[in-house]
Design a protein around this ligand. Structure first.
Ligand SMILES: Nc1ncnc2c1ncn2[C@@H]1O[C@H](COP(=O)(O)OP(=O)(O)OP(=O)(O)O)[C@@H](O)[C@H]1O
Ligand SMILES: [Mg+2]
Length: 234
């Protein structure tokens, strides 16, 4: 459903993505793995229209999206959860969630909110609390909930596990798994935490210095000692 073909991107003289080709299938979790500076964030920003590729094509559901502006992506079913869990701390949990529903143009239905509160019970319990009072894990849930308010068919996540306790990471990843199973959501999960990401993903793409060095089922990547030691850090 998402297909990148010979995509290159960079910043001035720096090449951050070099001839990247892979697909992320519908109803699956595709993990994009790689060390610091591998190009993971550039990849997500290029897919979501925040960064213009220098070469190559990106297709989503059969439509070319590499010239589509970021504002139009939620309308096409692509919703990004950026790095760093940026919630608006001066707004309540519910107000933050409502912002995620605005991208679709219409009004936010009560059922959109109850759906998120069913998924993340803690957000329902704290719906009237200021977002500034949330823990790191709760903020990560809030930014995921906010992205889901746009009712995406594919969710793009940039390092959701960063800085969170292993127990919270497991909770968030198993929730993504449930969404894929129950709603047919597709997920592109960018992670440096390769061990956790591969435990939940169907497939994995490994980037090194902007190039794809492996693309295989997640269990095969996890079982490849040489690859793990060279690129995945576990
Ligand atoms: N705004 C920018 N200007 C110049 N170079 C940049 C910019 N953003 C990223 N880069 C460079 O592009 C390359 C890829 O960076 P990118 O942030 O995509 O990697 P990453 O895999 O997300 O890394 P991390 O794990 O640290 O988040 C790096 O060499 C980085 O220094
Ligand atoms: Mg990054």
């Amino acid at each position: 459903m998402l297909a990148l073909t010979h995509v290159s991107a960079g910043y001035g003289p720096i090449t951050a993505l070099d001839d990247v080709t892979f697909t992320a299938a519908q109803g699956q979790i595709t993990a994009v793995l790689g060390a610091n500076g591998a190009g993971k964030t550039t990849l997500l920003r290029t897919i979501s229209g925040l960064h213009r590729p220098r070469a190559g094509t990106i297709e989503f559901d059969g439509t070319r999206i590499d010239r589509v502006s970021a504002e139009r992506m939620p309308g096409l079913g692509l919703s990004q959860v950026p790095e760093g869990r940026g919630v608006i701390t001066e707004l309540t949990v519910e107000e933050n969630l409502r912002l995620g529903g605005l991208g679709r143009g219409g009004r936010v239905a009560p059922s959109d909110l109850t759906r998120i509160y069913d998924l993340f019970g803690v957000l329902g319990d704290r719906s009237a609390a200021m977002a500034s009072t949330l823990s790191g894990g709760e903020r990560q849930m809030l930014v995921i909930g906010r992205a889901l308010m746009a009712r995406p068919t594919m969710l793009l996540l940039d390092e959701p596990s960063l800085g969170l306790a292993p127990r919270i990471v497991t909770q968030i990843f198993s929730l993504l798994r449930d969404l894929v199973r129950d709603e047919g959501l597709s997920v592109l999960l960018v992670e440096q935490n390769a061990r956790s990401a591969l435990s939940v993903a169907d497939r994995g793409v490994v980037l090194n210095l902007g190039r794809v060095v492996a693309d295989a089922p997640a269990n095969e990547l996890a079982a490849d000692d040489q690859l793990r030691h060279a690129y995945l850090g576990f």
